[in-house]
Write a protein that binds this ligand. Sequence first.
Ligand SMILES: [Mg+2]
Length: 263
Amino acid sequence: MTADLPGDLRAAVIELAQTPHLLVALDFDGTMAPIVDRAEDARPLPRSAAALAALSALERTTTALVSGRALASLRVVAAPPEPTLLVGSHGAEVHLGPSSAELKPSLRQATALAEARAAVAQAVALYPGTMAEQKPAGVVLHYRQASETDGQAAVDLVNQELAQNPAFTITTGKMVLEISVVSANKGEGLATLRESTHATATFFAGDDVTDEHAFAALLPGDVGVKVGQGNTCAHFRIESPHQLPAVLELLLAARTNGGTHNA
Ligand SMILES: [Mg+2]
């Protein structure tokens, strides 16, 4: 089942499983779930979801999802196992358990947010196939379903309106342009998770440019896995979300068997 994984990745995962407190943090879209045209249709691959649930039930093991999605959207599509911690909006929203506070933008952030929403709404009205997604601290321009020309024109328009203003953090993803009024990234999100769980080592997998912040935040002994094509600072790579179940199942088996798996 895991025979198609690179040998060095197998060895690193088995080694990682020996750590006293393990943090397993995963991106969702393009990592646990294949990329789909309509974001609301994304669902985790059943084997990845099952492995995550099994890992979340282990002692000395914390699971987390680290996504660009707003937490509300992430909860709907990922249906994460109850103890799973959540980082949404690329780190701007964090759910560390039942007492976790919800994000409340300041007045200045709220004013900037209104400006960003207006700029994206203007682009969406002008260019067919583009759409806006609202987040608590940002707005996303999606152009996956627009023509190349319209998509680029929409991106240019939004950048022209907002890019000079330091109130905005603008991030480019896969056919999305994201404007946030909270400066945060997945690396900061991962650091928050590590601190709050006292994890002694971390597994992280992600597919997009925004995941590079998380890979860069990994420490010696952690394992970072880039999913799919593209430049990365992760030490390991798998071809697609369809290879992730084998990685998670290996981690689960090695963690369940304790030292006996460390051949
Ligand atoms: Mg992703």
